[in-house]
Design a protein around this ligand. Structure first.
Ligand code: FMN
Length: 333
């Protein structure tokens, strides 16, 4: 039986650096809360100096770690390497009695990989095994990993799956690309299918699950324990709600309907994010920078999406951004 803190067929909001911090998760949980589970973005365990509990709490979001609605539904994600202070971080997170940690083994960043962390570890089974065992011994609650299918290539894929199972990991999220592929091409879901067949661990499918139809398709095709949405969640933060409301009737949802819902929800999304960020002390310029980053995929489904996005990206201040949003909502809802 699975020891995961979320049920089978869950739809999970992926960890995303610069996005899934406390205030963002709060808004999604409160207003678009049909996602079954969330992850923090990764906390990089340092190699030099001490880890302290305050930093861990701050990374989760001080205002949110006291709220059981948050902690119960959120995995705390780490990124580490052989020389990082893993024992110390794990002991502190255990003292906080945190229920679920996830190890990021998919990060493709050159800096992270050159320090032998993230996806690099998928190419070094000896170092990986040491780290996995170290964490497993130090942490008694749920411990999962999030991987790609390999570093340069997929040659160690089956060995990796076996290693995680042998070392007592509780579940594996698989982004079905190698590290070298970055985001190129399309994620190859046949690797998910393979993992579901060969591993006894619950497999969480990730990579290019963009639409409600994709969610159905990957469950049908690969039979994973759950699915995780990254860029699609950023594009459509209400994707899980639409899926759950219309499951079984997906064919009857028109593109026009989805675009209308989008315009209405965007109003709420930015309004509530603005409020929550301010509560956390973020200033106008930081909020504007984030909002512009969030525009990356939001308008992709409109014919003139580049022009729409361009207007938001050129906003000189938060008031201009808001004015464009009001105009957009009026035009499209
Ligand atoms: C902006 C951004 C930040 C990300 N940050 C993280 C992270 O902190 N931890 C992690 O495991 N993956 C991170 N990822 C990877 C996603 O969680 C996910 O695995 C990847 O985007 C593939 O899924 P998708 O096709 O649904 O986007 C990030 C992705 C994006 C786009």
């Amino acid at each position: 039986m699975s020891t995961l803190p979320f049920k089978q067929n869950s739809i999970i909001f992926a960890p995303m650096e610069g996005v899934t911090e406390g205030p963002y998760r709060e808004v999604i949980q409160r207003f678009f809360g049909d996602w079954d589970y969330y992850y923090t973005d990764f906390y990089r365990i340092p190699s030099v100096g001490n880890v302290n509990v305050k930093t861990l709490i701050k990374h989760f979001g001080e205002a949110y770690i006291q709220k059981s609605a948050h902690t119960k539904q959120t995995a705390y994600q780490f990124l580490t390497s052989e020389i990082a202070q893993t024992d110390q971080a794990i002991s502190l997170i255990s003292e906080l009695d945190y229920h679920h940690i996830d190890l990021n083994l998919g990060c493709p960043s050159k800096k992270v990989n050159s320090n032998k962390g993230g996806a690099y570890l998928l190419s070094d089974l000896k170092a990986l095994e040491k780290i996995i065992k170290q964490i497993r011994e130090g942490f008694k609650n749920t411990f999962t990993v999030k991987i790609r299918i390999g570093y340069h290539d997929d040659s160690l894929y089956l060995d990796l799956l076996k290693l995680f199972e042998d070392c007592g990991v509780d579940g594996i999220t698989i982004h079905a690309r190698t590290r070298d592929q970055l985001y190129k091409g399309v994620a190859d879901w046949s690797y998910i299918e393979k993992a579901v067949k060969v591993s006894n661990l619950p497999i969480i499918a990730n990579g290019d699950i963009w639409t409600i139809e994709d969610i159905d398709k990957i469950f049908d095709q690969c039979n994973p324990y759950a699915v995780m949405c990254g860029r699609s969640a950023l594009k459509t933060p209400w994707l899980a709600s639409i899926y759950k409301e219309h499951q079984g009737n997906l064919d009857f949802i028109s593109d026009e309907f989805l675009l209308k819902v989008r315009a209405q929800n965007l109003d709420l999304y930015f309004y509530e994010l603005d409020k929550e960020y301010r509560k956390n002390g973020l200033v106008d310029s930081t909020i504007l920078k984030r909002f512009k980053a969030f525009c990356r995929y939001l308008f992709d489904d409109y014919e003139n999406h580049e022009a729409i996005r361009g207007r938001f990206l050129r906003a000189q201040n938060i008031h201009e951004f808001r004015a464009h949003l009001d105009q957009f909502v009026e035009n499209y809802s």
